[in-house]
Write a protein that binds this ligand. Structure first.
Ligand SMILES: Nc1ncnc2c1ncn2[C@@H]1O[C@H](COP(=O)(O)OP(=O)(O)OP(=O)(O)O)[C@@H](O)[C@H]1O
Length: 308
């Protein structure tokens, strides 16, 4: 603790930041661009980091879930100013999981298909601007959430969203165009499902749990959701006539979704869902077939540090 403020101020401005090392973990499978030009992304990060007086260690993931292992391994080796996810929400999820409850912040260079968390946080979406923000930004603490034992940071859900997430993961090309194409085709054949939500039986087109307000690509499923309020927004979309789909899509992409005869919102700290058979879910856009039909979703307030 420094008691002589003039000395503290003047000396800190001459001392280099004791921890200026950033670890970048880059998913070459994210979005549509990184995989095609990983060398360019790597050299841009190296150049901007050097110009800003920082050290950058850059590692490419080799497979799904590898990013989580890389974070755990590198946290043991040294202290990092931030561990930076270079990719989409799936990559953010894998990197954020081991950082929950720690002081080391996550940084995000949004290069995925949807970039829901980065968009909610208002981060720049181009590489040079995102790097500038990373090196000049401030650290804040956000809520995270869990679906059973699976951490998520943006949104999770069941029903139509999970079904589309599952089909999207099977496509050879990622990106917005593929996502729109898959969603549009699925929309015509998808059948609403039965859920028991907090003891009430419902039939729903989708059931979403929003920590952040959007799925990605500015599809705002929960426009009022806050990353710092200690609550999840539960959004139920009831079965609706096909003609209503256009209006729903319009509301979603113009951030105007609100409670209506087909849409209901609740803010909760915890929710319980039961389904007839183990459901397909998504967490931060990653599809997963559960092996249980009992699901608990809960918020973990102020649990992740992030650079904004
Ligand atoms: N080296 C790799 N090869 C193949 N897949 C990988 C690799 N590294 C990570 N993955 C997987 O790639 C998937 C997609 O990653 P990510 O979510 O970042 O991109 P996206 O889906 O295009 O973006 P968003 O989630 O924002 O829409 C994730 O399931 C992740 O586990």
């Amino acid at each position: 603790m420094c008691s002589f403020s003039y000395f503290c101020l003047s000396s800190s401005s001459f001392l280099p930041d004791p921890v200026s090392n950033y670890l970048f973990i880059l998913n070459p499978n994210s979005g549509t661009s990184i995989g095609k030009k990983p060398g360019f992304v790597k050299s841009t990060i190296e150049t901007v980091a050097r110009q800003s007086g920082h050290q950058a260690k850059i590692i490419f993931t080799e497979e799904r879930a590898h990013a989580t292992t890389l974070v755990a391994e590198n946290l043991k080796i040294e202290e990092w100013k931030a561990i930076v996810a270079v990719g989409g929400d799936g990559t953010v999820n894998e990197i954020a999981q081991p950082l929950v409850g720690l002081d080391t912040p996550i940084g995000i260079l949004p290069m995925g298909s949807g970039n829901g968390l980065a968009r909610h946080l208002g981060l720049p979406l181009t590489l040079p601007a995102a790097l500038k923000r990373l090196f000049e930004g401030t650290v804040t603490t956000i809520d995270s959430a869990q679906l059973n034992d699976i951490p998520f940071f943006c949104t999770a859900g069941m029903g139509f969203d999970a079904y589309v997430g599952h089909l999207f993961s099977q496509q050879s090309e990622r990106g917005l165009a593929t996502y729109v194409n898959v969603s549009f085709k699925s929309y015509w054949s998808y059948k609403p499902q039965s859920f028991r939500l907090n003891g009430s039986d419902i039939n729903a087109f989708s059931l979403s749990f929003a920590n952040a307000g959007q799925f990605g690509n500015n599809a705002w499923i929960a426009p009022a959701a806050s990353l710092q309020d200690g609550f999840l927004d539960v959004v139920t979309i009831s079965p609706f006539p096909k003609w209503y789909g256009t209006s729903l899509a319009y509301q979603l992409f113009t951030r105007q979704m609100k409670a209506s005869q087909f849409i209901s919102y609740q803010t909760v700290k915890e929710a319980f869902v039961e389904t007839e058979t183990p459901p397909m879910i998504h967490y931060d856009g990653e599809p997963l077939q559960l092996d249980t039909n009992k699901i608990t979703v809960k918020i973990r307030p102020h649990s992740l540090k992030v650079i904004i």
